[in-house]
Design a protein around this ligand. Structure first.
Ligand code: FE2
Length: 203
């Protein structure tokens, strides 16, 4: 069994003018694909070969198998990032809106914290909205690191590697993060993740 590179959940020009088709194509068809291809080479014929992507992440983390972990985590993170955005992104509603407002004080306060986490992340990495023991929290992770396969429930993520924004925003990561927050977040996806986590807890 090999790990598949899923297609983008929308066309590569669907996030224009906020993220260009060129950025999306290079990011998905080259960067994301490279992680999946490398991972498949690494796991072929190994004890990882029959595991799901999330199981690979868990085992590689435990075994400190850095090459497998980094490529598996990057494959997972990118897939989650594409789903965290939508051409119809923008305004939160439903359960996630209520929780963000009650836990961060307001949507504006949430956006400010998320943006600061994006600009404060030194070098490459990711910014996450996660659920930790029923509470929302913003966190960042370095390089490939991921909350996938831990006790944290990922709700949304933003890729802050330069390859995610350099062609469109050059060095202005802050502007990229603000654009993500204002126009691109797929709040329906966030609501699904939240409902999934709360459903699991109740079950
Ligand atoms: Fe990326």
């Amino acid at each position: 069994m090999s790990i598949e590179l899923d297609k983008l959940p929308y066309s590569s020009n669907a996030l224009e003018p906020f993220i260009s088709e060129r950025t999306m194509s290079i990011h998905h068809d080259r960067h994301h694909k490279a992680y999946v291809d490398k991972l498949n080479k690494l796991i072929e014929g190994s004890g990882y070969a029959d595991l799901t992507l999330e199981e690979i992440i868990v085992r590689a983390r435990l075994k400190k198998d850095a090459d497998v972990f980094n490529n598996a985590a990057q494959a997972w993170n990118h897939d989650f990032f594409w789903k965290s955005m939508s051409p119809k992104g923008g305004t939160p509603d439903g359960r996630i809106k209520e929780m963000v407002e009650s836990e961060f004080g307001s949507i504006d306060a949430f956006e400010e914290q998320f943006r600061d986490a994006a600009t404060g992340q030194f070098g490459s990495g990711w910014v996450w909205l996660v659920l930790e023991q029923g509470k929302l929290r913003i966190m960042s992770s370095s390089n490939a690191d991921t909350p996938a396969g831990t006790d944290l429930v990922p709700i949304l993520t933003l890729d802050v590697w330069e390859h995610a924004y350099y062609l469109d925003y050059q060095n202005e990561r802050k502007k990229f993060a603000e654009t993500f927050l204002e126009h691109l977040i797929n709040w329906n996806f966030a609501n699904e993740k939240l409902e999934g986590a709360e459903g699991r807890k109740a079950a």
